[in-house]
Design a protein around this ligand. Structure first.
Ligand SMILES: [Zn+2]
Length: 276
C-alpha cells in the first residue's frame, strides 16, 4: 500500500516516465507536520523574484526576429520590403520567443461554500516552486459553489469523505463533476476531510479512471505548498513520497518547505500532457 502510507522511511521509487498516456494513479494521504510553520521556510527562498516568463521571451524574440526580418527584407526589396520583412520577422520571432519561454499549466479552481479564498497565495507559491521547471501555473475558471450545492456534496458533517483505496467516495465523485473542462486539472477547496489529518489529495486518472485529474485541498489543514504538492503528484504522475525533506514531493510528515524538484521530477513535469 505504498500509495497511501507515508512512512518516514519511504524511499522514492523510480517512476516510469511514460509518454504513451498510460498513467499511474494514487492518492496521497498527508499527515500534518506539527512543528513547521508555513511562513518561515518561504523567507529562505530567493529565486522567486525573477519573473522569467513567456512575455519576456516574446519581447526578446520579437526584437531579434524583427532585426532578422528587416535584414532579409532589405535584401529583397528595399524599404518596403524591409518594413514587411521586419513585421513578418517580428511575428515569427515573437512566436519563437514564446516557445522558448515558459510553459503553462492552467487549473480551474472550485471553492466550496464558506471556504476562505487562498487561491492567489497558493498559486503564487506554486509558481515560485514550478519556476524550477520553467512552468507557470495559471488559473482558469474560478467557481464558488453555493451553500446548497456544497451541502449536497459534503452532507451534514461538512467534510469530504476521502478515498482510502482505489475507488473514489460518492462525495468525491460528486465533487469532481463541478467546473470541468476537457484536458484541464481542476482544484477543489473543501472545508475539511473526513480524515482530519489530510492536507490534500490528488485524484489521478490512472488510479481512479477519471477523465482528467483533480487535486483537493483541505482548507482547515492546508499549508502554503499543499496545492503545489498535490499538483506535483498529478504533473509527475507519481504518487510516491521521496524521503527527502527538502523535496516538494516529500510527505507532509517531513516536508520542510524548501520544495526542491529533482531533474527527474522536472523532466516528468515538462512531459505532462497538462503542461502546454
Ligand atoms: Zn503527497
Amino acid at each position: 500500500m505504498h500509495q497511501h502510507a507515508e512512512p518516514k522511511t519511504a524511499t522514492q521509487a523510480p517512476a516510469p516516465r511514460q509518454q504513451d498516456g498510460a498513467r499511474r494513479l494514487e492518492r496521497r494521504a498527508h499527515v500534518r507536520a506539527p512543528a513547521l510553520s508555513q511562513a518561515a521556510p518561504a523567507a529562505a527562498r530567493d529565486h522567486d523574484a525573477d519573473d522569467r516568463d513567456g512575455a519576456v521571451g516574446a519581447t526578446i524574440g520579437g526584437i531579434l526576429g524583427g532585426a532578422i526580418g528587416i535584414a532579409a527584407g532589405a535584401l529583397l526589396g528595399g524599404v518596403a520590403g524591409a518594413i514587411i520583412g521586419g513585421a513578418l520577422g517580428a511575428l515569427a520571432g515573437a512566436g519563437v520567443g514564446y516557445l522558448v519561454g515558459r510553459r503553462t499549466v492552467t487549473i480551474n479552481v472550485t471553492r466550496l461554500s464558506g471556504v476562505a479564498d487562498t487561491t492567489d497565495v497558493d498559486v503564487a507559491r506554486a509558481n515560485q516552486i514550478y519556476k524550477q521547471a520553467d512552468v507557470h501555473v495559471s488559473t482558469g475558471s474560478e467557481v464558488t459553489l453555493s451553500p446548497t450545492v456544497s451541502a449536497s456534496i459534503l452532507g451534514a458533517d461538512n467534510a469530504l469523505a476521502n478515498f482510502t483505496g482505489n475507488t473514489l467516495t460518492p462525495e468525491e465523485t460528486q465533487l469532481i463533476s463541478h467546473n470541468r473542462m476537457p484536458g484541464r486539472i481542476t482544484a477543489y477547496y473543501v472545508p475539511r476531510f473526513s480524515n482530519a489529518g489530510l492536507r490534500g489529495e490528488a485524484i489521478r486518472p490512472s488510479r481512479f479512471g477519471v477523465t482528467d485529474p483533480s487535486v483537493v485541498v483541505g482548507a482547515n489543514t492546508r499549508v502554503l505548498d499543499t496545492l503545489a504538492h498535490e499538483l506535483g503528484h498529478v504533473l509527475t504522475n507519481d504518487g510516491s513520497h521521496p524521503n527527502v525533506a527538502t523535496n516538494l514531493m516529500a510527505s507532509g510528515a517531513i516536508r520542510n518547505f524548501t520544495d526542491n524538484l529533482t531533474p527527474a521530477q522536472i523532466s516528468a513535469i515538462q512531459s505532462s500532457p497538462y503542461v502546454r
